[in-house]
Design a protein around this ligand. Structure first.
Ligand code: C5P
Length: 397
């Protein structure tokens, strides 16, 4: 049974009789580990109240596009970015038609356009409406664009008809959502990912470090597991739970991180260096706590080893991916860094924009490889991680 642990599912409910099953859907998504937020169309609110879905999801239900108060909290663009998956169940014939033409005339259709996350629909309508050529054409347009369609199931309908058009059972929809994340693209591949900051000790209680939260590296580990990889995280000190099915090796300093990575290399097909490794460490680490003394002291620092460059220089080199956080000429510096460090791929991050990257839940990056590059639009880190792993799977040989 595919899990949805750590996944943000944005559930869109449109106005059909099957909307009453959305309550069960919220429950099942949560039971598989997902965080759920709900958008309801006007029509949906005729069938089930926002209060029901608010109580079950634990969050206010979003209903209006132009709602000043909602936009002050989590506005439509934030919702679109928050989602790992936009799941629309039930999806009525009207909503399917609006999505197929790219309309943005209510909150749900607007978020569907604004999200970089995958979109999944569970259509529900009268069997004749489902069979109509207009609906069939709309569904195939959406499928061609990569929208995932679940169901509909066939059987007795609320209107008394018998045929295809019933919304698929919530458990089948949740299964389909879980399977979407389990791509299997890197099945059996061994991936080592560095994450978080390093700490370079001055004495037993003090150190030099940085603000890296480790979120990007941990999201990459989760995406690697979902792609079927045997995943190891070499992690500096962070405040994050270990992703499921991941082996986590805790380290502190850059030297420890390097040592751990080198020891894992004989069993590593793909190496991703996401850690914010300290560039310098104190030249000496005191055995005892340094006493307060003179008004000013000088600290001598020496370079730490470059972990990713050392890995890329090995005779048995794994497919090696690095990160480049830059504030200007981002792509030129990243491409230069990729060549200099002998990398197969580099993920460039513009850190001049403080709302993404370090410590944030979101990121926007450009992935570069020797013959090309691809922009990954701003989205939450698990969506970005999944897209990076997809590119790794395409270029790994
Ligand atoms: O040289 P710079 O720190 O900008 O390079 C960033 C990339 O190199 C990241 O992938 C980071 O994880 C890696 N790196 C490393 N060891 C270092 C410094 C950076 O692996 N000592």
């Amino acid at each position: 049974m595919a899990h949805l642990f750590n996944r943000n599912i944005l559930l869109g409910v449109s106005g059909g009789i099957a909307a009453y099953k959305s309550a069960e859907l919220v429950r099942e998504l949560q039971e598989r580990g997902a965080q759920v937020r709900v958008i309801m169309t006007r029509g949906a609110q005729e069938f089930i109240t926002p209060l029901t879905l608010q109580a079950l999801s634990g969050h206010p239900v979003h209903t209006e596009l132009l709602d000043e108060r909602a936009e002050l909290g989590m506005g439509h663009i934030e919702l679109a970015r928050w989602a790992d998956l936009l799941l629309i169940a039930p999806a009525t014939a009207d909503l399917v038609a609006r999505l197929s033409t790219g309309r943005a005339d209510d909150l749900l259709s607007t978020v569907a356009l604004a999200t970089a996350a995958p979109v999944m629909l569970a259509p529900a309508m009268n069997q004749q409406m489902w069979k109509d050529q207009a609906t069939a054409a709309n569904i195939s347009t959406l499928a061609e664009r990569g929208v995932h369609i679940v169901g509909p199931a066939a059987g007795l309908q609320a209107c008394g008809d018998v045929g295809p058009g019933r919304m698929e059972a919530p458990s089948a929809i949740v299964d389909a959502a879980g399977n979407l994340f389990a791509t299997g693209e890197l099945a059996g591949k061994r991936i080592v990912i560095t994450a978080g900051p390093t700490r370079e000790a001055l004495d037993p209680v003090r150190y030099i470090s940085n603000n890296s939260s480790g979120k990007m590296g941990y999201a990459l580990a989760q995406a690697a597991v979902d792609a079927g990889a045997i995943t190891t995280l070499v992690s500096g000190p962070v405040n994050l739970p270990a992703p499921r099915h991941t082996r986590v090796m805790d380290v502190h300093s850059a030297e420890e991180m390097l040592e751990q990575c080198l020891s894992l290399l004989p069993e590593c097909d793909i190496f991703i260096a996401c850690a914010a490794v300290a560039d310098y460490r104190p030249a000496a680490t005191e055995d005892h706590k340094i006493k307060k003394g003179p008004e000013a002291v000088t600290l001598q620092l020496v370079r730490t080893p470059d972990i990713v460059a050392t890995v890329a220089a090995q005779a048995q080199k794994p497919f090696t991916v690095g990160f480049a956080a830059e504030t200007n000429d981002v792509l030129a510096y990243a491409r230069d860094k990729m060549q200099r460090k002998g990398l197969d791929m580099i993920v460039a991050n513009d850190v001049a924009d403080q709302s993404i990257g370090f410590n944030s839940d979101e990121n926007a990056v450009t992935v570069l490889w020797p013959e090309g590059q691809q922009v990954l639009q701003r989205a939450n880190k698990s969506t970005i991680a999944r897209q990076i792993l997809h590119l790794v799977a395409q270029h790994y040989r």
